[in-house]
Design a protein around this ligand. Structure first.
Ligand SMILES: [Zn+2]
Length: 316
């Protein structure tokens, strides 16, 4: 089973066109530096095609193409964008409804900024009323995940036994200090039963993330964003991933794509193919066992999202 734990839900093209332009601007440079060169003219039509997808039908079509069984689609809430809580709850509901339209294929993660005064209540509604299955945070928008307001929401996340997917890496337009892996250490200590998925495994902070994950079994990480390196510098990709697994094993590493962000650069199908082919030795003799690949691609996420045990009816 292949599970993508990190995909961004968009549904309102052309309203999302500015978002797409921002994303493209930020990552064209990243792509160029890592050797995956694209232009705005090349990437924008791809974003248009895959982001104008209110019911996620196009996403499921691409999942079929790439052999991806389940995708976690998430909402990102940032109070600095000026949306009131009704608008934010509406976006969360649309995401939940898209997931409910594809039972067994999509699960929805709520986006509630903990700086909202009634964030704990709003998050609870997303889970209990809308049937969402976890929380997504972007602390680099301006809050620490170990702050009092964040802890008030995490109490509910912990009570409802759903995971937290949390951005963990510098990005072109945000404040990296809030997204440092070290802040997850407090969260992991204070909520020992909470499954934390540090997005990108910290990206280039992966050693800092790894040093925490070595001792905290509830600090997991996803491979989203690593597809650029996987394509352009496959030897580094293998070396770093091998080092990670040699330290903590394969149980805390999850497949994720950050779609649709990098899809104009590397398709999710290509990323899956690269990971599946890691069982073959490269020129330096680095390879991975089939058990490791299976854990990364799906069984870890199935455990964390309790996909095998979940009997709750999807939201109608
Ligand atoms: Zn993301």
């Amino acid at each position: 089973m292949i599970i993508d734990v990190h995909y961004h839900f968009f549904s309102r093209w052309p309203a999302d066109e500015n978002v797409a332009r921002n994303i493209a601007e930020g990552f064209l440079l990243d792509g160029e530096r890592t050797g995956v060169k694209k232009t705005m003219e090349e990437v924008l039509p791809v974003y248009r095609k895959i982001m104008d997808d209110p019911e996620s039908n196009e996403l499921v079509r691409r999942m079929d193409e790439g052999g991806i069984d389940v995708t976690a689609i998430c909402v990102v809430d940032n109070v600095d964008m000026g949306l009131d809580k009704e608008r934010v709850m509406n976006i969360n509901k649309r995401c939940a409804t898209a997931a409910a339209g594809h039972p067994g294929r999509l699960i929805a993660l709520a986006g509630i900024d903990p700086r909202r005064p009634d964030a704990p209540t709003l998050f609870r509604r997303c889970i209990e009323e809308f049937g969402m299955k976890g929380l997504k945070w972007h602390p680099d928008n301006g809050y620490y995940p170990n702050s009092p307001e964040a802890y008030a929401v995490l109490e509910v996340v912990n009570e409802l036994r759903v995971p937290l997917l949390i951005h963990c890496s510098p990005l072109p337009h945000s404040r990296a200090k809030y997204a440092l892996p070290i802040h997850l250490d407090d969260v992991a200590v204070d909520f020992p039963d909470l499954e934390i998925i540090a997005a990108h495994m910290g990206n280039m902070w992966w050693r800092d993330w790894l040093s925490l994950a070595q001792y905290k079994k509830n600090i997991n990480g996803d491979m989203a964003m690593w597809q650029l390196m996987a394509v352009s510098k496959p030897h580094l990709f293998r070396r770093y991933l091998r080092e990670i697994l040699d330290v903590i094993g394969a149980e805390q590493v999850l497949f994720g794509t950050d779609g649709p962000i990098f899809e104009p650069h590397v398709s999710n199908k290509d990323f899956v193919d690269i990971i599946e082919n890691l069982t073959e030795k490269d020129q330096y003799g680095i390879c991975f066992s089939q058990e490791e690949i299976n854990a990364i691609l799906g069984s870890n996420a199935a455990r964390i999202f309790r996909l095998d045990q979940d009997t709750r009816e999807p939201h109608k």
